[in-house]
Design a protein around this ligand. Structure first.
Ligand code: PGA
Length: 258
């Protein structure tokens, strides 16, 4: 695992964008796994800037999003379809046909989940997966106690997640209780993973994920089993790491490594 500490949220986004750009320069038809939430916004803003100012090209890219709420139509302002279009897709040149986001309105979830898994394989697997982390250590909607071998499926959201989301909805009935999400096992098959986290509220989850035991109670800890994961953090999210000095020492020595 690699831990990269940035001074600000904007810098965190720029660091992650450089890794995405490097991936696309090496493989213009790369398959990207994408996340929603407040965390990746500075990454998406930087990717949009690089597309506009530097010609970063997404014309051959394929994307797979991690998750979607069950029951929200794609034009609902809280749906992840809406989020991705607003914050990234409408500003870059990724072809609509290459975009995959789990459906929150299919009439056969089991068939859809199986198709989503097959489609990732058909497209060659995910080259670079972007992740955020929940304050309970979840990745995608793999809430605590999710199997570390899980695949794309329906998850019942934890009560704190539902309560946290309630502020975005007009009425209690509208707040989704279920989500469709890639599994931890699906995520671990990505060739490279970037987990982004900022703010002090994420520090306990980041410490548990990087330095705690591998446990389904913090599904991000499963990334310790992955051969190529980078944690791209701001200083507040990194503040609970007991080995922080060592991670920064490694980063400072990286350019001269043989
Ligand atoms: P956030 O959500 O980026 O809005 O903090 C992250 C998550 O819950 O996975």
């Amino acid at each position: 695992m690699e831990v990269i500490v940035n001074e600000t949220y904007e810098e965190m986004g720029k660091t992650a964008a450089r890794v995405v750009a490097k991936t696309l320069n090496a493989k213009p038809n790369a398959v990207l796994g994408l996340a929603t939430g407040s965390t990746p916004l500075s990454l998406y803003q930087e990717l949009v800037r690089m597309h506009k100012d530097e010609g970063l090209d997404f014309s051959q890219v394929t994307t797979f999003n991690l998750d979607e709420y069950v029951g929200l139509k794609i034009d609902h302002p809280q749906s992840y379809h809406y989020f991705m279009n607003e914050n990234l897709f409408q500003h870059i040149n990724v072809p609509a046909a290459n975009i995959h986001i789990p459906s929150g309105t299919t009439d056969n979830y089991e068939a859809f989940c199986n198709w989503y898994e097959r489609r990732i394989v058909e497209c060659g697997g995910i080259d670079l997966q972007v992740l955020g982390i929940g304050s309970d250590g979840h990745i995608a909607f793999n809430e605590p106690s999710s199997s570390l071998g899980s695949r794309t499926r329906i998850k019942t959201l934890a009560k704190p997640t539902i309560e946290d989301n309630a502020r975005f909805f007009d009425s209690a009935e509208e707040v989704p209780i279920y989500a469709i999400t890639m599994g931890v096992g699906t995520i671990l098959e990505a060739r490279k993973i970037l987990l982004l986290a900022n703010k002090e509220s994420k520090a306990p989850a980041i410490t548990a994920a990087i330095e705690g035991p591998v446990t389904s109670l913090c599904t991000a800890s499963a990334l310790q089993l992955h051969p190529d994961t980078m944690f791209i953090l701001d200083r507040a999210a990194a503040s609970g790491l007991s080995m922080l000095d060592y991670y920064e020492w490694i980063q400072s020595k990286m350019p001269d490594a043989p």
